[in-house]
Design a protein around this ligand. Sequence first.
Ligand SMILES: [Fe+2]
Ligand SMILES: [Fe+2]
Length: 195
Amino acid sequence: MSLVNKDLLTKLDLKKIKNILGKERYQHTRYVLKSAVKLAEKLNLNQDKVKIAALLHDIAKSKTDKELKLLLKDSQWNVDELEAAITPILHAPAGAVIAKNEFGIEDQEILEAIRFHTLGHPKMGKIAQVIYAADFISEDRQFPILNTIRKEIERDFELGLYLITNNIIKYQLEQDNFIHPYSNDLRNKLLKRSD
Ligand SMILES: [Fe+2]
Ligand SMILES: [Fe+2]
């Protein structure tokens, strides 16, 4: 049974979220929420689920590497060796653990959206796609290609997702970072679609 109902969002402890995130990260979260709600309206998705996922997506971001690894020990999320080595992205699966354990979120679509908001995943659902995209296009981010992507994603959601994934991968290449197969497989899937 889905735990998302009319009152889950109102039961969500916003004060606790604000305290954990701190001022700056909460501001970012508000911007992600705004972008996510807009996309969710367009795609006709469950607004409550999208809002909860947006509010909690970075909930583990201030944890230390040690705390993140502890949170992920015995969790439902399979974090492979490569992902474990890229510590800046571990707040995503660890955030899903906190969402479940500390905020009582059982809904898999919400948890999956938090879990995959950094790497993406070829099989992630629409809510997860929206959070992944909203985190990238949120108003607090500014770099040259972003305005084009914001316009494209309004017009064609999947094309926008493809552009976002491309840019994330391009950036990782420039930084000489690993490219996780989840991101690569997501890009290939979206590219195939636009053939
Ligand atoms: Fe994040
Ligand atoms: Fe974020």
